[in-house]
Design a protein around this ligand. Structure first.
Ligand code: ADP
Length: 590
């Protein structure tokens, strides 16, 4: 429904009131005037009738009634009034304006009837004789208490009515002018009243649209001025509060978005109130798009929903675990607690998601490692135990058996020693690398590589393998010489071990802008592609049984990897089956 403008709300009643007042005033004043005037005429007519009363009474007493018409005419002329004399039976005896003989019986005329009863009478009526609205007054002429004649005076009211009509016209014109004036005043007043309201409305609209810096123009009237001031003050306060809220929000957003843990806040209906980037990434959704949606729609994961329900209902902080399936499964530790408002009323819950995938993987690695170590140690220990028991059972007395068994025991003990040595060195490098305890210094690379080649010289000669070295003697690099030598030695060890007989193993150094690469290349059998990703893991062997028999501990590459990592470098392998393998150590030069 279209709203009525304020101006009409008070202009119409005012206007109606004015018109009604003017109408009532006009009606009342003209009718009062008319009454007064009529009364005056009535009294006057009666007075005139009474004036001729004596004269007519004398005519009656002296029996000269025949003179009545003539006297009527005379007196009528003198008094400028129509005078009629009527006999007691209603017959008109004389009339100053008409021929009495032509006039009908007047007994029934109201004023006459009244006068015939002995009282003064009067009436206003339309005169059939003159055709004008006329006022009549009648006075009785009595002899010995009996009414014998009636004197009637009459005056046409046309002039009175004309002046009253004239007066009314003037009043109406005046009224119309007043009405116009009132309308104009109402219009001006309304404009004055609505202008400040309009400007306040504009202000309110601006505030609603968020333009809190808008200022409502000052108004001189006390009420609107105060209202405008109050609105302006309110807008200022709102502005300040918004700023504070925005600042707090930004801070909160910054904290949430920089958190590694995923955070999801939900309300009591399980709608997502807030979700940080970490949580959104974990579930592969858009953080902003998820806000306001029911958790079911936002995340599409039944585990998190179930947990959210628990967090919402449980008075104690809740804990849980779930796996998010995907290209890479993520394992999440869940913590949930109820959210409460200032008065302690529950308004929802917050769920924190810790991605423990790496932690769990490390745990698994550690478990596997312990199992692997035990397994690695078990084989030589079992073997030693078996041969020692055999010796104790009497084999010690048979020289050929005893020597063979002792040799095996010595070999197994050596193997044990190797494994333990390697493990210790691995854990030492790992620890030192993590703590930053490794001592680095800038030194020439070639001597380090030379002594690594040297260390595997005997072994190479045994197998008829030649190890070549190609390295610019000027190249220096920041390193721990002892550790780097160990790493390269391990690579040469493998290269020689897996090389075909009488082939060469090449150790070569190439230099790039920021890095240098030490490559150890053999012409051995190569390594199948599926083993390459795990090759540097502890105890990983390509051919478990054969490599173990060959005395491999499966730790050499792991040690090399840790040493290279402690240097801030990387280690990689390239291999072609049947052609050979290249192990590449890349180190930063600065
Ligand atoms: P180990 O110290 O016992 O030799 P590594 O960790 O050095 O153990 O090697 C792990 C496994 O990688 C070996 O058992 C072997 O199967 C494979 N391997 C390493 N180097 C080579 C190579 N140059 N050619 C072929 N296989 C290799």
């Amino acid at each position: 429904m279209r709203k009525k403008r304020l101006i009409w709300r008070f202009a119409l009643p005012f206007f109606t009131l004015t018109v009604a007042a003017l109408f009532i005033f006009t009606w009342y004043s003209t009718s009062t005037m008319k009454e007064r005037y009529f009364e005056h005429v009535r009294v006057d007519l009666l007075a005139r009738a009474h004036l001729v009363q004596v004269e007519i009474a004398e005519l009656l007493v002296s029996g000269r009634l025949a003179e009545v018409p003539e006297i009527c005419n005379r007196l009528g002329r003198l008094a400028s009034t129509r005078i009629t004399i009527i006999a007691a039976d209603g017959t008109v005896l004389g009339d100053s304006m008409e021929d009495p003989k032509a006039m009908e019986n007047h007994r029934e005329r109201p004023e006459i009837a009244e006068a015939l009863e002995g009282r003064d009478g009067n009436s206003i009526r339309y005169s059939r004789t003159t055709g004008i609205n006329t006022m009549y007054a009648a006075a009785p002429v009595a002899v010995d208490g009996t009414v014998r004649l009636v004197i009637r005076t009459a005056l046409p009211l046309s002039s009175v009515e004309e002046s009253i009509a004239d007066l009314r016209t003037r009043l109406i014109i005046g009224g119309l002018l007043i009405t116009l004036l009132v309308a104009a005043m109402i219009f001006v007043l309304a404009r004055r009243l609505t202008r400040p309201i309009d400007s306040i409305r504009t202000g309110a609209e601006q505030y609603a649209a968020g333009n809190l810096a808008f200022r409502i123009p000052k108004d001189e009237s006390a009420e609107f001025g105060a209202l405008a001031d109050a609105l302006t003050a309110m807008a200022q306060q709102l502005d300040e509060r918004f700023r504070t809220i925005m600042q707090q929000r930004n801070e909160q957003d910054a904290v949430l978005s920089s958190m590694i843990e995923g955070v999801i806040a939900i309300d009591r209906e399980e709608r997502a109130l807030d979700m940080n980037t970490a949580a959104a990434t974990l579930f592969g959704v858009d953080a902003d798009g998820a806000k306001g949606l029911h958790l079911q729609e936002a995340v599409r994961n039944t585990d998190i929903q179930r947990f959210a329900t628990v967090a919402l209902t449980s008075p104690e902080p809740a804990e849980g675990f779930m796996i998010v399936r995907g290209a890479e499964d993520r394992q999440l530790q869940l913590h949930g607690a109820q959210l409460r408002d200032g008065s302690g009323r529950g308004i929802g819950a917050v769920v924190v998601l810790h991605d423990v995938t790496r932690l769990r993987r490390l745990e698994t690695l550690r478990r596997d490692f312990v199992a692997n170590v035990s397994h690695e140690l078990k084989t030589p220990v079992t073997s030693i135990k078996g041969f020692v028991e055999t010796l104790l059972d009497g084999a010690a007395d048979e020289p050929e058996h005893r020597d063979r068994f002792l040799a095996i025991i010595a070999k197994e003990a050596e193997r044990l020693h190797h494994i333990i040595e390697d493990l210790l060195s691995l854990s030492r490098i790992e620890q030192e690398g993590e703590r930053g305890d490794v001592a680095f210094e800038s030194a020439l690379l070639r001597p380090v590589l030379e002594s690594a080649v040297e260390s595997r010289d005997t072994m190479a000669k045994e197998r008829g393998v030649t190890v070549t070295l190609e390295c610019d003697p000027q190249i220096a690099v920041r390193m721990n010489a002892h550790l780097l030598e160990e790493a390269v030695s391990n690579l040469i060890d493998n290269a020689v071990k897996y090389s075909a007989e009488n082939r060469t193993v090449d150790v070569a150094v190439t230099v790039a802008d920021a890095t240098l690469t030490i490559a150890v290349r053999d012409r051995g059998p190569g390594i199948p592609g599926e083993h390459l990703p795990r090759l540097f893991e502890r105890f990983y062997r390509v051919d478990r049984a054969r490599d173990r028999r060959s005395g491999s501990t499966g730790l050499g590459l792991a040690i090399a990897k840790h040493i290279v990592q402690a240097h801030g470098g990387t280690i990689a392998v390239e291999s072609t089956l049947g052609e050979g393998s290249s192990f590449l150590i890349t180190l930063p030069r600065k």
